[in-house]
Design a protein around this ligand. Structure first.
Ligand code: SF4
Length: 497
């Protein structure tokens, strides 16, 4: 474990200065965040410094790294598989920021002298964007999301087949009550470390969210992400219904599709059926607002799909007309035949071809997951631990001279000012995140660049050490997570030479 420099003691306690809390810690005890402890007078970062290797996975399997295009393919020879990347997980934090980051390590990569600056950043400005693969209605947009009764974020604009949550952020961490800040920080910590969190949406559902796992909505695990909107579903499967059914309605809260009116039906010469759909017609065969949003058919509030139909047009419809109604996941479906009065009569047995088409819709749905993206701003004082001239780091990142990663996971760097990064928490080593009671989240961040570029941007050259010094204290070795590429193979890094 990494030993920190102790700068002051009082009454036999040592002072941790890794964050503004400045805990005095007695021998054998840990500080307020449980990240640092006093072990026989030494200030120790409790969690092990973690490195990524391309040799042996945590499960003991040999894992080949992804070779760069200009390198020979790895042939299984362990002698070749010695790439190592020092992550910031367990590295510690320096405070105030003008001190060099805890590890600034140099190593040769592809014949180039490289340097990686690692630090566990303290992020008061951070949060999580959560994508929940479901078309069920979680609650009105902008509704508050609560954990233990405290507001920790809100429902934001939905995306294609997924609902989105925006959690955390400086207003909930520091702008509300002390409890709100503490609960928000705890929620982010758990989500980012891959733990399940129960939450409640105001005017909506109860949710259990865990990164990489199926969301649980009102106590039921979601299984399928819809294949597309109702119109897309018509477009994808129209041909398969030909000759087996006269009309298909794909019920969807966003865009309900109607085969006979849809362009796909027109091109396939499907005749008009006299169907009348409630809701707002957008373009032919595409209807908005056929019902209220909910957790029923296709993310609407309906349990009976016939409620979205008005009476069939008697001039066009005919007795015996066959109609399939199906949701965008294929979870709900019903097959009808019009009676003498042009009223749909439900059929208990579906023709085999229709049954098969419903199964194909279901088969084309991907498993519903919750995805958690950590988002944090490293554009502030954290940069001073990297360089004496912080704005040069920002420029270097923007110019793709410096590659940013979080616990070795590729970090998307937002355009515009500052260094606002976003990373998939499932690509980071387990327990990558910590907290301090200010409150703020502690997240690993690494900056990798060529040594000559580091010098040019005013880096702490006096603090650069060979990677072996970090390896000597590293106690945890992991493989690249979730099939992610080797850390420095990121897209926003430009190899020199
Ligand atoms: S809260 Fe943690 S990091 Fe901050 S001073 Fe205390 S022990 Fe150190």
């Amino acid at each position: 474990m990494v030993k920190q420099q102790v700068e002051s003691t009082a009454n036999g306690k040592i002072r941790c200065d890794a964050c503004p809390v400045m805990c005095y810690i007695a021998d054998g005890r840990a500080g307020a965040c449980d990240r640092y402890a006093n072990v026989g007078g030494d200030l120790i970062r409790v969690d092990p410094l973690t490195i990524i290797e391309n040799t042996i996975s945590e499960g003991g399997n040999i894992v080949p790294f992804l070779a760069r295009p200009d390198e020979a393919e790895w042939d299984g020879d362990l002698v070749q598989s010695t790439k190592r990347f020092v992550t910031a997980v367990g590295a510690g934090t320096t405070y105030p920021d003008y001190k060099p980051a805890p590890f600034i390590v140099s190593q040769k990569e592809n014949g180039v002298d490289m340097v990686t600056v690692v630090t566990e950043g303290i992020f008061s400005y951070c949060g999580a964007k959560v994508k929940i693969d479901t078309d069920r209605f979680l609650g009105p947009e902008t509704s508050a999301i609560r954990v233990d009764g405290e507001t920790v974020g809100h429902v934001t604009t939905g995306e294609y087949g997924s609902q989105m949550l925006s959690l955390g952020g400086v207003h909930h961490l520091t702008g509300g009550s002390k409890k709100e800040g503490r609960v928000t920080c705890d929620t982010l910590l758990k989500l980012c470390n891959g733990e399940a969190v129960d939450m409640q949406v105001d005017g909506g559902v109860s949710l259990t969210v865990k990164a990489g796992a199926a969301p649980v909505i009102n106590g039921a695990a979601e299984s399928r992400m819809r294949v597309g909107c109702g119109s897309a579903t018509i477009g994808m499967f129209a041909k398969q219904w030909m000759g087996h059914v006269d009309e298909v309605v794909v019920v969807d809260d966003h865009i309900t599709g109607v085969l006979s009116e849809h362009q796909a039906g027109k091109l396939l010469d499907v005749p008009p059926t006299g169907i009348r759909i409630k809701g707002r017609r957008s373009t032919p065969g595409r209807y908005f607002q056929v019902a209220e949003p909910g957790i029923g058919w296709g993310g609407t509030n309906i349990a009976d799909p016939l409620t979205i139909l008005s009476e069939f047009d008697p001039k066009t419809a005919w007795p015996g007309m066959r109609m399939l109604m199906v949701s965008t996941t294929g979870e709900q479906y019903a097959y009808y035949v019009l009676d003498e009065n042009l009223r749909p009569e439900i059929q208990t047995v579906l023709p085999a071809a229709i049954q098969e088409s419903v199964e194909i819709i279901a088969e084309n749905c991907e498993p519903a997951l919750s995805s958690v993206m950590f988002i944090g701003g490293a554009g502030g004082s954290l940069r001073a631990g990297v360089t004496t001239n912080p704005v040069r780091l920002t420029r270097s990142v923007k110019e793709a001279l410096t590659y940013v990663s979080c616990g070795g996971a590729p970090a998307y760097v937002w355009p515009g000012g500052g260094i606002t990064v976003m990373a998939d928490v499932t690509q980071m080593p387990a327990n990558s995140f910590g907290y301090v009671p200010t409150p703020a989240l502690v997240a690993p961040i690494e900056f990798t660049m060529r040594l000559e570029d580091y010098r040019a941007l005013g880096g702490h050259m006096e603090a650069v050490v060979p990677i072996e010094e970090a390896l000597a204290v590293a106690e945890r070795r992991v493989s690249p997570m979730g099939g992610s590429p080797w850390p420095t193979e990121g897209r926003n890094f430009r190899w020199g030479g």
